[in-house]
Design a protein around this ligand. Structure first.
Ligand code: IPM
Ligand code: SF4
Length: 488
């Protein structure tokens, strides 16, 4: 059967084909649940007297409303406490496995699925969360869904889904020194716009994508939704299999061999036809930062804040004017001159162990800029434990950063980690909407390397600005003197 990766996975899950333009009914292999979008869904089941159809394919974790300090104390904020308690009650009543605050497998839902080996190539994965697209990095078809769809999946383990279009995003060439997968995706979104992916499943491919680690691929798929796409995918390969092997829920023995044999068929065929294609050369990329209030308003760090009068498109001009005003910037100001108050390293985009390692390698033996607050928040409790085993926490603390417990944290203002009005951040997260990190807060989206360099210099900076002449660090474990800190 010839087709794109997305079509192959879709076709393998059709329970009933829709006729006359009606949606297909798809089987769902993995349903991830968090506290924000599930309460009404469980309430719907309760009112209808229905059980969860496949509790064994459903997994809940607490992430958005969880504090990252004092996690052994009752949650102070009443709304957050209610959200978390409701999830716990629902999970207990409906027999759904839950990883609660304090549990080693608690964390951001898009970290927990992959780290447990639940997210696998060829699966359909859904969650009441737009960044479910993250799981597409494994060659899964992964969608964010709304609360009424959450109820539908809880009740039936199926979901009616309208057909999609396919877009290939081909990233050829090799990333230059200091540029990362975050820069690839920020450049893609700047190129196609925040609506450019609407109605499409994006498939990232090409030499630069193949060269990325699994975690770096997750960063790219994570932000597909910021281009308006329904999902993002990357065909599984040896990197994927290596990441999965030995994880708690990965197949074992003969099952593993059979799974890998099937997974190897999950790629777009040479003659597969995409509805659209975008081509980028990774060699042209440099560290990217956003200057505005949507993820498409990004530029290479060496550029200046746009001058609205020079923008031809009237809508874009007005949007730029408004964004520049909200962000408190001056048209034409070099991006490198922008001073930040806070650096946030975390989220389901860039809070994984490789992100923390590459930040640690940059900040090791240095001190943060005086007036900058630096928050390092692992994406899961497991990532926190791993980082501590490698001595990364000590490096962050010596640097002057705060080392927190796992959760969404400052990615969005649903927990105590927030920007004050007018405060400016460099953030490794995925959204820079007005007020996203706290009312009146101003967010610049950046890669972990840019975040680390910015924390040192106090202004938006690249690794090269540190002038070490050393190659930019990657996400591999520390070696050399820092390795002495490792306890395992
Ligand atoms: C709260 C949740 C529904 C939301 C999402 O869907 O993405 C959040 O995770 C976000 O990143 O804005
Ligand atoms: S870390 Fe941010 S983007 Fe990811 S699920 Fe949490 S709030 Fe959404």
């Amino acid at each position: 059967m010839s087709g794109t990766l997305a079509e192959k996975v879709w076709d393998a899950h059709v329970v009933r084909r829709g006729t006359d333009g009606a949606p297909d009914l798809l089987y769902i292999d993995l349903h991830l649940v968090h506290e924000v979008t599930s309460p009404q869904a469980f309430e719907g089941l309760r009112l209808a007297g229905r059980p969860v159809r496949r509790p064994d394919l459903t997994l809940a974790t607490e992430d958005h409303n969880t504090p990252t300090l004092d996690i052994d104390r009752p949650i102070a904020d009443a709304t957050s406490r209610t959200q978390i308690e409701t999830l716990r009650t629902n999970a207990a009543e409906f027999g759904v496995r839950i990883h609660s605050l304090g549990d080693a497998d608690q964390g951001i839902v898009h970290q927990v699925g992959p780290q447990l080996g639940l997210t696998q190539p060829g699966l359909t994965v859904v969650c009441g969360d737009s960044h479910t697209s993250t799981h597409g990095a494994f060659g899964a078809l992964a969608f964010g869904i709304g609360t009424s769809e959450v109820e539908h999946v809880l009740a039936t383990q199926t979901l009616p889904l309208a057909p999609f279009k396919t877009m290939a995003i081909t990233v050829d060439g090799r990333l230059p020194e200091g540029a990362t997968s975050k820069d690839i995706i920020l450049a893609v979104i700047a190129k196609i716009g925040t609506g450019g992916g609407q109605g499409y499943v994006l498939e990232y491919r090409g030499e630069a994508i193949r060269a990325l680690s699994m975690e770096a691929r997750m960063t790219i798929c994570n932000m597909s939704i910021e281009a308006g796409a329904r999902a993002g995918m990357i065909a599984p390969d040896e990197t994927t299999f290596e990441y999965l092997k030995g994880r708690p829920h990965a197949p074992e023995g003969a099952d593993w061999d059979a799974a890998v044999e099937y997974w190897r068929t999950l790629h777009s065929d040479d003659d597969a036809v995409f509805d659209a294609e975008v081509v980028l050369d990774a060699a042209d990329l440099e560290p990217f930062v956003t200057w505005g209030t949507n993820p498409g308003q990004g530029l290479p760090l060496s550029a200046d804040v746009p001058v609205p009068e020079q923008i031809a498109d009237a809508n874009e001009r007005v949007a730029a004017e408004r964004a520049i005003e909200y962000m408190g910037l001056t048209p034409g100001q070099p991006l490198r001159s922008i001073k930040v108050d806070t650096v946030f390293i975390g989220s389901c985009t860039n809070g994984r162990i490789e992100d923390l390692r590459s930040v640690a390698k940059v900040v090791q033996g240095r001190k943060k800029a005086d007036d900058v607050r630096v928050l390092v928040v692992p994406s899961s409790a497991r990532v926190r434990l791993q980082a501590e085993a490698e001595g990364l926490d000590k490096i962050f603390l010596d640097f002057g950063a705060e080392w927190r417990n796992a959760g969404c944290s400052m990615c969005l203002g649903m927990n105590p980690d927030q920007l004050a009005p007018g405060e400016r951040s460099a953030s490794t997260s995925n959204r820079n909407f007005e007020g996203r990190q706290g009312k009146g807060g101003r967010t610049h989206l950046v890669s972990p390397l840019v975040a680390a360099a910015t924390a040192i210099r106090g202004t938006l900076s690249s690794y090269a600005d540190l002038g070490t002449g050393r190659p930019a660090p990657d996400g591999s474990p520390l070696t050399g003197p820092a390795a002495d800190l490792q306890t395992v």
